[in-house]
Design a protein around this ligand. Structure first.
Ligand SMILES: Cc1cc2nc3c(=O)[nH]c(=O)nc-3n(C[C@H](O)[C@H](O)[C@H](O)COP(=O)(O)OP(=O)(O)OC[C@H]3O[C@@H](n4cnc5c(N)ncnc54)[C@H](O)[C@@H]3O)c2cc1C
Length: 403
């Protein structure tokens, strides 16, 4: 009998690694804890699967020792990813910000075609196999599931993901499996996630969407895009992008100071001039009425009150210095983030198995021979925009090619 290879986890990294290894004639068994493989993939990109990005620069990736892993993209690049998907039946289309999606704009077509290819190559899927332990045995590994079932393999690819969105499969159990074979794990925290703020007026402004810049003061990092105010905090593309830096603070029990620039296209002085002009020409209106048409109606009261201005005050009574003060606040409205919405709502889990314990040329463990690791289980995470899936494809393909 030939070598038996177990892939623990049938997500993005597990599926591509299984295909690559099977293309080299190996006998592959995917052990997946959920009733089916690819469950998280179905939810990616709002059901459309943003599977890579035209710009894969290192700055889009994070992790304690990310540099060591970036050479993996030379082995399995964005072009290789595009070629791989083309070969299995997925043509790609480029949308905003260099994001690439399947032409069908359906994540399900990505999962279907990965599974067709795996099945064509004779890969066996064993679902509802929730790996609880993995032990060296008979020159290979014995993997035991929570229900007592066992599986003997010569080599293992551990692609069990992180802790994000556990309802879609990855519940952090991969970390314990890696630790039991000698690996260490960096601190994990959720990212690409909503933020919880401590301001008392959030319910009043819930549902408002506004294009602005979100800045995390401690990290001096900013992002301009849509901001969505929710009952408990803020969400939306701009917030997702900076959430990693907030999460780094809140996981340590610290509040993160956030500033919102609600008029990123206007300089503060221009904004102050516009306000003075409005207050002068329509001084007979209250501040609340006066700002209606220039500022989102639902934000006006909360904003004015947060700056200790009475919304019922007549605009003509506002001095030039006060108009300047309001302009300054509109360019840097301060909020305090106390937490993120947590792993369940996060798109990615930062941290994981230390990457200096893995050979980037093969993805084989430097702690345990014949163990390979791929995907989000490792301490690499990417920005929003296809970067996390690209990491899963790259690390998974390399593991599959070398297992
Ligand atoms: C809602 C949502 C949207 C996203 N959208 C995008 C996007 O558009 N673009 C992008 O680049 N990234 C996106 N991501 C992130 C991306 O999906 C992940 O980074 C990527 O799927 C990680 O791949 P993985 O194979 O390493 O882990 P996963 O996809 O999490 O797969 C791990 C698999 O292992 C299984 N498993 C875990 N533990 C065990 C065990 N003990 N035994 C057996 N099986 C186990 C899990 O059930 C799961 O199937 C999104 C994430 C979410 C949650």
């Amino acid at each position: 009998m030939g070598e038996r290879i177990a892939v623990i986890g049938g997500g993005a990294a597990g599926l591509i690694s299984a295909i690559m290894a099977a293309r080299r004639g190996k006998s592959i068994f995917i052990l997946e804890r959920m009733p089916r493989t690819g469950k998280k993939l179905l939810a990616t990109g709002n059901g459309r699967c943003n599977l890579t990005n035209m710009d894969l620069s290192v700055s889009h990736y994070h992790g304690e020792q990310k540099e060591a892993m970036m050479s993996t993209f030379e082995q399995f690049s964005k072009e290789d990813t595009i070629q791989f998907f083309h070969e299995i039946g997925i043509d790609l289309i480029q949308e905003e910000d260099g994001k690439l999606y399947p032409y069908s704009l359906q994540a399900s077509s990505v999962v279907d075609n990965l599974r067709y290819e795996a099945s064509r190559l004779g890969v066996t899927e064993i679902c509802e196999f929730d790996a609880a332990s993995i032990r060296p045995s008979k020159g290979g590994f014995q993997i035991t599931a929570y229900n007592g079932k066992t599986f003997q393999a010569d080599k293992v690819i551990l692609a069990a993901g992180g802790r994000a969105a556990s309802h879609l499969g990855s519940n952090g159990s991969g970390y314990s499996l890696a630790q039991s074979l000698g690996h260490s794990i960096t601190e994990t925290f959720p990212a690409l996630v909503k933020l919880k703020l401590k301001e008392p007026f959030l319910k009043e402004i819930s549902g408002v969407k506004w294009n602005g810049t979100v800045t995390v003061c401690q990290a001096q990092t900013s992002k301009v895009d849509e901001i969505l105010f929710t009952d408990q905090g803020i969400s939306g593309p701009a917030v997702f992008e900076i959430s990693r830096f907030v999460s780094e603070q809140t996981v340590l029990g610290r509040e993160a100071e956030i500033k919102l620039d609600l008029y990123p296209k206007l300089e503060q002085d221009d904004l102050a001039d516009r306000l003075c002009q409005r207050f002068y020409t329509m001084g007979y209106k209250t501040l609340e009425e006066n700002l209606n048409g220039f500022f989102h109606k639902k934000l006006i009261r909360a904003f004015l009150k947060s700056q200790s201005f009475d919304p019922g005050r007549f605009a003509e009574t506002v001095t030039a210095a006060e108009a300047k003060q309001l302009a300054k606040a509109l360019k840097a409205w301060p909020f305090y983030a106390v937490a993120t919405a947590g792993y369940r709502e996060a798109q990615v889990c930062c941290g994981g198995v230390r990457t200096n314990e893995v050979d980037p040329l093969t993805m084989e463990s430097l702690k345990c021979k014949n163990l390979f690791l791929a995907g989000e289980i490792l301490d690499i995470d990417g920005d929003c925009g296809g970067y996390n899936l690209q990491w899963a494809w790259t690390s998974g393909a390399i593991a599959g090619n070398h297992v």
